[in-house]
Design a protein around this ligand. Structure first.
Ligand SMILES: [Zn+2]
Ligand SMILES: [Zn+2]
Ligand SMILES: [Zn+2]
Ligand SMILES: [Zn+2]
Ligand SMILES: [Zn+2]
Length: 338
């Protein structure tokens, strides 16, 4: 009995094998993960196709274009920080979110327009410096940024190497000038300042003007050498401006009736009109000595420090259009009022 079963089992197996050998395979198309497979016998041929992965962009995972299977996670956007002009932007897909940061404007300066501190973009114009021109007292300095744009001007007396003493009483200076009768001779006097007064005026000889004061400087020059005694004395004087010799001379106007001169003084940007006249006399000979006294009267704006009075070497001929710096001043004396 047992034997018979064994036989039947064997027979069935043989029959099945025979049937298989006879059928036509029914191929099912390959899929991403399975090769072509016979639906009857399960036989396969070829290879599975493999997934056809397609990027899902920033927000979707990779997806198989054939079977729809997904792989991994969505990568997410690669956000780049917002700039002045652009909002946060994905470096991969270009999607944006939020608003541009806007420029961080730094105010315009003298030399630079309004400028974004982040991106350097500019708008408008630089302000330009805010400075008065240089004068003899001050450099040209920008009121806004403090930059020195030009140094103070050089006074003419410095530029031309004219040595101006400050008024000092009690001090004696050699003053050399030509003799009156014979210009081939010179005499050297002893000059000193005997008084220097500053006064508003007296309303008579010295007119009172708001903002002006009279400066009265008196020199005594003692001539006691042989040449002075034998040939006489021919002194000369000058009234000058320490800062601007030309403007002073060019605006000088002599009034025949009063014997006084007037002239421009430009002092810290304001133009004033000064007045000048001279009084002088000789003491006459006393023995070998004669004293020449001369007083300079100057009406100057208050605080002005550029008036210069001079005892000029009379050897000089003041030619037409000559300024004091054109002369030979080796024997001259200049005193600056301050
Ligand atoms: Zn088959
Ligand atoms: Zn697939
Ligand atoms: Zn993105
Ligand atoms: Zn910017
Ligand atoms: Zn400036």
């Amino acid at each position: 009995m047992k034997k018979r079963f064994a036989f039947l089992a064997l027979l069935l197996a043989v029959l099945l094998l025979a049937a298989c050998g006879q059928h036509e395979h029914q191929w099912i198309d390959a899929t991403c993960t399975e090769p072509e497979t016979c639906s009857i016998c399960g036989e396969t041929r070829g290879e599975a196709l493999g997934h056809r992965w397609k990027s899902g962009g920033c927000t979707e995972p990779q997806t198989c274009a054939r079977c729809g299977e997904t792989s991994g996670e969505a990568p997410g956007h690669d956000w780049q920080p917002a700039t002045c002009a652009a909002p946060e932007t994905c470096a991969v897909c270009g999607e944006t979110r939020g608003e541009p940061a806007g420029h961080s404007w730094q105010p315009a300066t003298c030399t630079a327009p309004e400028t974004c501190t982040v991106c350097g973009e500019t708008q408008g114009e630089a302000l330009g410096h805010d400075a008065a021109p240089a004068d003899y007292w001050s450099a040209s300095v920008c009121a806004r940024c403090g930059e020195e744009l030009a140094p103070a001007l050089t006074p003419d007396f410095v530029a031309y190497g004219l040595d101006a003493h400050l008024i000092e009483r009690g001090k004696t200076y050699d003053y050399s000038t030509v003799c009156y009768d014979d210009e081939s001779f010179s005499t050297v006097g002893k000059a000193s300042v005997t008084s220097y007064t500053v006064t508003p005026g007296d309303g008579e000889k010295l007119e009172v003007r708001e903002g002006y004061s009279w400066h009265i400087v008196t020199f005594e020059i003692v001539f006691d050498d042989d040449n002075a005694y034998n040939y006489g004395i021919s002194p000369d004087i000058a009234y000058e401006d320490y800062y601007d010799i030309r403007h002073h001379d060019d605006t000088m106007d002599y009034d025949d009736e009063t014997g006084r001169s007037s002239f421009d003084i430009v002092f810290k940007g304001v133009t004033y009109r000064g007045i000048f006249f001279l009084e002088n006399s000789y003491s006459g000979w006393s023995g070998h000595s004669n004293t020449w006294t001369c007083s300079f009267y100057l009406q100057l704006p208050d605080g002005y420090d550029g008036a210069v009075v001079g005892l000029i070497d009379g050897h000089n001929d003041w030619g037409d259009g000559d300024y004091v710096f054109d002369l030979d001043n080796s024997g001259s004396l200049f005193f600056r009022l301050s």
